[in-house]
Structure formats: structure tokens, C-alpha cells
Write a protein that binds this ligand. Structure first.
Ligand SMILES: [Cu+2]
Length: 132
């Protein structure tokens, strides 16, 4: 009985040590609100190569989407559809709905996020993911 108690105490100490040390953890969980016409928040910092859980809530009256573009790709007009090879991830959320999605970005760098519904990008639905 004494040994069992001791091992529990050691285990708790190890957990506390892990939680306290090292560099500040980056977010592996993102919660993003979508509304006409913005993402909130609009800038995200995540670790490379780790599964990110993304919860999108569409508080608006229109359908919105969360599109992650290939590293280095930026789009300034939604007049032309984004080529499929430039899209790394896409999640569509209907008006008043929410959803949880998972994505992983393996390479460090900056990635642009847009809503690809025509006109929404120009109206302000653009964001940035920094992968480190
Ligand atoms: Cu939109």
C-alpha cells in the first residue's frame, strides 16, 4: 500500500514538471468565429506536423468557409476560383451552424486563410496561419 501511494505522488510530480517547463505551447486547438465578413480571431500560431483541431462557428446569416492556401499563395480577388492544387484544406459551415475539423500543416511558414465565397475575401474574410 505504501508503494502504491508513493508511485502516485511521483506520477503527479512528473505531470506537473512537464506542464511547467520549456517554451510556451502553441495552440493545437483553434476556435474561430465566422461572420459577415471576418474571421475572429484572424491570425493563428500553430506547431508544424501536429494535428490541429479546428472548431468553426458561423454566427452569420450566410454560408462561409475556411480555406487554407498552399504556403506562399495569396489571393486578392475571389473573381476567379482558387485552383484546386492551391488549396490545402477547406471546411464549409452553413449559416448559424458549427463544426469541428482536423488539419495538419507539416512545413513551417505563413499560410493565408480565406473564405472563398465570391466577394467575401474582398469584404475582409482573410486570415493568416503561422506554422513554427
Ligand atoms: Cu464568407
Amino acid at each position: 500500500m505504501k508503494f502504491k501511494t508513493l508511485s502516485l505522488v511521483v506520477f503527479a510530480f512528473v505531470l506537473a514538471a512537464c506542464a511547467g517547463g520549456g517554451a510556451p505551447a502553441q495552440a493545437t486547438t483553434l476556435e474561430v468565429d465566422m461572420v459577415e465578413f471576418m474571421f475572429s480571431p484572424k491570425e493563428y500560431s500553430i506547431p508544424a506536423g501536429q494535428a490541429i483541431t479546428l472548431t468553426l462557428t458561423n454566427s452569420g446569416a450566410l454560408e462561409h468557409n475556411f480555406v487554407i492556401l498552399r504556403k506562399g499563395v495569396t489571393v486578392t480577388s475571389s473573381a476567379n476560383p482558387v485552383p484546386a492544387e492551391d488549396i490545402l484544406f477547406e471546411a464549409v459551415v452553413g449559416a448559424g451552424q458549427s463544426g469541428t475539423f482536423t488539419f495538419t500543416l507539416d512545413e513551417a511558414g505563413d499560410y493565408e486563410v480565406i473564405c472563398s465565397v465570391p466577394g467575401h475575401l474582398e469584404a475582409g474574410m482573410v486570415g493568416k496561419i503561422t506554422v513554427q
